[in-house]
Design a protein around this ligand. Structure first.
Ligand SMILES: O=C(O)[C@H]1O[C@H](OP(=O)(O)OP(=O)(O)OC[C@H]2O[C@@H](n3ccc(=O)[nH]c3=O)[C@H](O)[C@@H]2O)[C@H](O)[C@@H](O)[C@@H]1O
Length: 461
């Protein structure tokens, strides 16, 4: 016990959670919000001595018997599954039948109030018969607390995903698992992190179920080819990624209690008849065209996300990203910004589809990330929330700006407009301002300068 007290004295956060065992529907509630920590809580667990269930002496003079490691694993699994945002591997000090007893326990071990602790009182219902005595009992766990947050980023080797991974890892309290099938991800987007012990890369196609259960606090679900040439190349696989990939990630979030954020897209508005596009607009989408695997795919992904929330109370957020550009893109991506920059840098004609009067609103990736990350952590809305730049440009204007930034002298090469290509697109960002206090800061020309430098390096120019 002296050992345990010694450890608990160093605790730095406090959160107490009770889960209800009734009829398999257990809910977690934070009881001491005044002392509750924000961010993830990580708890180091020390197993016990054979499954005894002694209630400890609150003064700490009598040793506490801890359960077997096997049982503890059950407890830990249970806790992790139902406490969103927390990863538990903790000290299990004792068993209590009454949460108030647990509270007095906390007081009695004289933990300094200035250093709050992690204290979890839990109802436990074990499925295995060996421990019937433990059913419907409450356990008190003390733990060493830290602010470690664990993230899963699907599509973490891709353009926006890799920028997100880099940003998350810049916080030393964050650990990141990246899943990518490398269909359009880049090795060079992952390589800088491979030696980082807080980073793990898993090559996996999320249309298949995960081989292992991954326990994280947050799931950023970005995996999907976003460039029309890429997503049209294997349209069936794109549709599978949208549905099955999102399904698998939602199942994981539901099972582990992780918060799940779907990166949806402005494409759900299709070729919009409402301008600018508000989240309340249902869109104008062709359900059997060449873009449908992507835009209808994202629409079903949104549907699935809300269905999981309604049916399983999964903690979800949805962001609708508008055209984003910046470092991390492939030179052969096929979208207009990488195409124009590459063509301008190589002195080739810029391929303008149609007459170039169609519009898009381009957002620099760091701005987009700020919006996405803000949505993940706020609690006012599930979304969908538009994240994009409300400054609208025609493709002719974009071509002109890129030629100015690169100093290129390329001519324009007009090509047929691809089918179902939206004629205009511009986000209404009222909700992003209201809920996320977010609006883009980077001007198109400034963002393009950074992007041009990135492409110069990639193309060895
Ligand atoms: O970047 C994005 O956020 C979106 O990009 C694409 O949507 P789209 O707006 O069509 O993006 P681009 O392929 O970059 O095309 C933008 C406009 O430029 C035109 N374009 C594209 C490429 C090119 O070389 N020349 C050109 O004029 C296209 O016809 C289109 O009108 C994807 O469909 C979306 O997944 C994604 O959300």
């Amino acid at each position: 016990m002296a050992h345990l007290i010694g450890r608990t004295a160093r605790l730095s956060n406090c959160q107490r959670i009770i889960s209800n065992t009734a009829a398999g529907t257990r809910s977690a509630s934070t009881l001491s919000s005044a002392r509750a920590c924000t961010g993830g809580v990580s708890v180091a667990f020390h197993g016990g001595n054979g499954g005894s269930t002694t209630t400890g002496d609150a003064s700490g003079q009598r040793p506490f018997d801890a359960p077997t490691p096997r049982m503890v694993r059950s407890v830990v699994t249970d806790v992790t599954a139902r406490v969103a945002g927390m990863t538990i591997t903790g000290y299990l000090l004792s068993l209590f039948s009454d949460p108030d007893q647990a509270v007095s326990m906390v007081d009695c071990v004289h933990l300094p109030q200035s250093k709050p602790i992690v204290c979890l009182t839990l109802d436990i219902r074990l499925s295995e018969d060996e421990w019937p005595i433990l059913r419907s009992q409450r356990w008190l766990l003390f733990s060493e607390a830290s602010n470690i947050m664990k993230f899963l980023v699907t599509g973490g080797a891709g353009f926006i995903g890799s920028n997100l991974v880099t940003k998350l890892l810049s916080d030393p309290n964050n650990e990141v698992i990246c899943i990518d099938n490398m269909y359009c991800g880049l090795d060079s987007n992952v390589a800088p992190h491979l030696d980082n012990p807080r980073f793990k890369f898993i090559k996996h196609d999320i249309t298949e179920p995960l081989k292992e259960e991954i326990k994280v606090d947050r799931i950023y679900h970005l995996a999907a080819p976003a460039s029309p040439p890429f997503y049209q190349r294997n349209a069936i696989h794109t549709a599978k990624t949208m549905f099955l990939g999102t399904l698998h990630m939602l199942e994981l979030a539901t099972k582990t209690g992780a918060r799940f954020l779907l990166t949806s897209t402005s494409e759900v508005y299709g070729d919009p008849e409402v301008h600018p596009q508000k989240e309340s607009y249902w869109g104008n989408v062709n359900c059997n065209g060449i873009r449908s695997c992507y835009d209808e795919g994202k629409r079903i992904a949104e549907t699935l996300t809300f269905d999981f929330h309604r049916q399983h109370k999964t903690d979800v957020r949805i962001v609708r990203i508008f055209n984003t550009y910046g470092p991390g893109m492939r030179e052969d991506d096929g979208r207009v910004v990488p195409n124009f920059i590459r063509q301008a840098l190589e002195g080739k004609p810029l391929t303008v589809y149609g007459e170039g009067n169609q519009t898009r609103s381009f957002c620099f990736v760091q701005d987009t990330l700020a919006g996405i990350m803000s949505l993940m952590e706020q609690t006012e809305t599930l979304g969908p929330v538009n994240v994009g730049n409300p400054i609208e440009n025609t493709m002719l204007e974009l071509a002109e700006t890129i030629l100015k930034v690169t100093g290129g002298k390329s001519s324009l090469n007009f090509q047929p407009l691809p089918s179902d290509d939206p004629r205009k697109r511009k986000p209404d960002i009222t909700l992003a301002k209201q809920y996320l206090n977010w609006e883009p800061k980077v001007l198109l020309e400034d963002g393009l300068k950074v992007t041009v430098e990135y492409f110069k390096k990639r193309l060895n120019l």
